[in-house]
Design a protein around this ligand. Structure first.
Ligand code: XIL
Length: 326
């Protein structure tokens, strides 16, 4: 691995961050995973460790061990760190789901959560996904526990609470399926307009870009990113992976995958989106292998590194796209 220049060095030369979502067990136990992460990437996101469920398994306490391990590893190796995520409808603690709260109790609970977690990592986490996936696939506001208790203003409050405890941190809204210009990204765009009109302290939008089954058109992705930038927001790709339908893969899946990664990096560079995080370090650790029925629906090697953390054609496509801009 070490006789080629690391990707992070090439990325750094054009002001780009290339990152990966990190799992704390794999980081502890898999040497090739750890080495690839440290050597090749200059950004990371804890994949699960900072979500409310994993962080608060028992009522009244926080368990920061896994999150600390990942965040400290990233800091030690000079990586930019994205915190993921403060307010989401998934992966909340079991005890929380069973709790019979009033709307006011829920509001205070969320405020305390944000103050505690953002405050703890104030000097370590550069960017937070404050709110994740607040818009439904049909473009309406998703009816979550947060929405039920506080209406759309839960989003305003979440950003305000994060901002008051850590004004220097970049605060993002993050979503899937809104990568290209489409009905969902229109709805996210309108939500961003409303937040900005109300003076909500938001810095950017994270586009997940899980290209599972289909691949958003790169030109449309660029056009979409530009319109968000025109609102004064930054854009980042926060959870990218590329997989094909399991029952109908293309003839050369690894080449096709590489081509798409390359196209997306070129799109980023053209529109001044300077961060691309892949949702995992290597294929063996991809969520596609264990999440719901994904492994039967999609090809299961969606990332830049194979099961043993060897570089794939997709890796070389990302590297070559970055090299060309020097
Ligand atoms: C996924 C993780 O990768 C899985 O390990 C977990 O079981 C479920 O969540 N959108 C997001 C991420 O914002 O937090 C999700 O991560 C993938 C989809």
């Amino acid at each position: 691995m070490s006789n080629e220049r690391p990707l992070r060095e090439i990325a750094h030369e054009c002001g780009f961050k290339v990152g990966a979502a990190v799992d704390s067990d794999l980081l502890r136990n898999d040497v090739s995973y750890r080495d690839a992460l440290r050597y090749e990437f200059n950004a990371l996101t804890p994949e699960n460790a900072l979500k409310m469920g994993p962080l608060r398994p028992i009522r009244g306490t926080y368990d920061f061990a896994d999150a600390d391990a990942i965040v400290n590893f990233g800091r030690k190796h000079g990586m930019t760190i994205r915190g993921h995520t403060l307010v989401w409808h998934n992966q909340t603690p079991a005890w929380f789901q069973a709790w019979d709260y009033t709307d006011e109790q829920l509001r205070r609970f969320l405020r305390d959560h944000i103050h505690t977690v953002v405050g703890r990592y104030r000097s370590k986490i550069d960017t937070w996904d404050v709110v994740n996936e607040a818009v439904s696939d049909d473009g309406t506001m998703r009816e979550t526990v947060w929405y039920d208790a506080m209406g759309e203003r839960y989003i305003d409050r979440a950003f305000e609470w994060a901002n008051e405890i850590s004004p220097e941190t970049d605060l993002y809204y993050n979503d899937y399926g809104a990568d290209a210009v489409n009905k969902k990204s229109d709805a996210v765009y309108e939500l961003m307009e409303r937040l900005l009109d109300r003076g909500v302290p938001i810095d950017g939008v994270g586009f997940q870009l899980h290209a599972l089954g289909d691949r958003p058109n790169p030109e449309s992705v660029g056009e979409n990113f530009r319109r968000f930038q025109d609102l004064g927001l930054d854009v980042q790709i926060t959870e990218m992976d590329v997989a094909f339908p399991a029952d109908d893969p293309p003839e050369n899946p690894l080449e096709k995958q590489a081509e798409y990664y390359g196209d997306i990096v070129r799109t980023c560079l053209a529109v001044d989106c300077n961060m691309l995080i892949t949702w995992g370090v290597n294929d063996a650790g991809s969520w596609v292998r264990e999440f719901k029925d994904f492994a039967s629906r999609y090809t299961v090697d969606p990332l830049l590194f194979d099961d043993h953390s060897n570089r794939k054609p997709a890796y070389r496509a990302v590297r070559d796209a970055l090299r060309r801009v020097k």
